[in-house]
Structures are given as C-alpha cells and as structure tokens.
Design a protein. Structure first.
Length: 151
C-alpha cells in the first residue's frame, strides 16, 4: 500500500509530534507545528497510510527562496518512496510559488538522506560546522536550483 499525500493539518499534529521525537534529537513541539500551520510563508505536506501518519515534510519561504525545515518518515515506511514523494510535493509547491531554489541542512552522517537528496537534484553547496546537537555534528547545506525547472 502506498501513502496518500495531503496538506498537513491540525488533526495530524499529535502524530507529527510523536514522529518528530522518533526521528530527531531536538524535536519540535506541537506548538511549533501549530505555528507553522498558521504561517502563510510555510507549506507542510503529510503522507497518510493505513489510518496513520507515514511522514511529513515542510518548508518556509522568504521572497523567492525555499527552506526545507524538516522531513520525517516513520521507520516502517522508510525505503518505500514516501520521502521522495514528500520532496516532490515540496518541489511542486516551490515551482508553483516561483521560488528560485530549495535548500536544506542534513547531518553529514545521514548517507541515506544525502543519497535521496542527490537523486532529487540537490547539490552540496556548503558545510555548517557543528550545526547539529545531540550529537554535535556538521550539517551539509544542499540546494536544488529551480529557475527554469518544471515539475
């Protein structure tokens, strides 16, 4: 069974907060997610499957720039195309908003995510030393240029 995409909504927030705690060492709170849902410069998408949240992804926009804030996929849904579909949804929204690029940070050690981003056309454009905590680790800054790109 595949996951169906829809806008992340308030009804997803308890599951999103729980998934955030599973995936990240410094997870966002429910209040942080709620603030993002109310932010007109933000866009969040959910992947629903088998009556639950398989994953979510989000971005914020500033002028013509897109900043991916987080992508999380439940362990049982990993390596099943959910993250790629979430990224494709963010890219489509970015193109629709006429953004010049999407950018994100990823832990240097997260080879699976880096590979996914590279397959989606992201390239490494920098390093943020010591960006992550718990454990302390550098982040790779990766960008996907969208000018002249169509979905």
């Amino acid at each position: 069974m595949s996951a169906a995409l829809c806008p992340l909504a308030e009804r997803h927030l308890d599951e999103a907060t729980a998934l955030e705690r599973q995936c990240f060492s410094l997870p966002w709170s429910r209040a942080a997610f709620l603030a993002e849902l109310r932010n007109p410069a933000a866009f969040y998408v959910a992947a629903e499957a088998e009556g639950g949240l398989a994953g979510y992804a989000g971005m914020q926009t500033v002028l013509d720039e897109g900043y991916i804030t987080n992508i999380a996929v439940a362990p049982e849904w990993r390596r099943r195309g959910v993250a790629a579909r979430l990224l494709t949804a963010l890219r489509a929204e970015a193109v629709g908003r006429r953004l010049a690029f999407l950018t994100l940070e990823v832990r240097r050690s997260n080879a699976a995510a880096i590979s996914l981003y590279e397959k989606q056309g992201f390239v490494q454009v920098g390093v943020r030393p010591g960006y992550y905590e718990k454990p302390r680790e550098d982040a790779l800054l990766m960008t996907l240029w969208l000018e002249g790109v169509s979905t």
